[in-house]
Write a protein that binds this ligand. Structure first.
Ligand code: SF4
Ligand code: SF4
Length: 103
């Protein structure tokens, strides 16, 4: 399942996406996030799933544009820490930051 966290406004799309089919709940993204914006817990989108998955903390979901911005200058050469740490490749970000900071 594709879990989108964030928002869209007049300035762009600001979503962090977690592919829960790829996520194995290892917690590496949680450990490397400098903003402490991520956590591993029950799957809020799939009540039948028993294994924990990564998700964005509730209090961060409406301000991800700003929370994640410091990780994005240089995006394309150097991925954000959460993306780099995720071996299964479960995390991605929408265009907003890339358009703002360039690839
Ligand atoms: S982009 Fe940075 S601040 Fe945002 S979730 Fe990933 S590691 Fe955390
Ligand atoms: S690093 Fe990737 S696989 Fe591990 S908990 Fe985070 S999103 Fe899931």
């Amino acid at each position: 399942m594709i879990a989108n966290y964030g928002f869209k406004d007049g300035s762009g799309d600001w979503f962090l996406t977690i592919d829960t089919d790829k996520c194995d709940g290892c917690g590496q993204c949680v450990a490397v996030c400098p903003a402490n914006a991520l956590e591993v817990g029950e799957d809020e989108y799939d009540p039948f799933r028993e294994e924990p998955v990564a998700r964005v903390k509730h209090e961060e979901r409406k301000k991800l544009r700003y929370t994640c911005a410091p990780c994005h200058p240089g995006y394309g050469e150097e991925p954000p820490p959460c993306v780099a740490a995720c071996v299964p490749g479960a995390i991605s970000h929408s265009e907003g930051w890339r358009l703002l900071y360039g690839r």
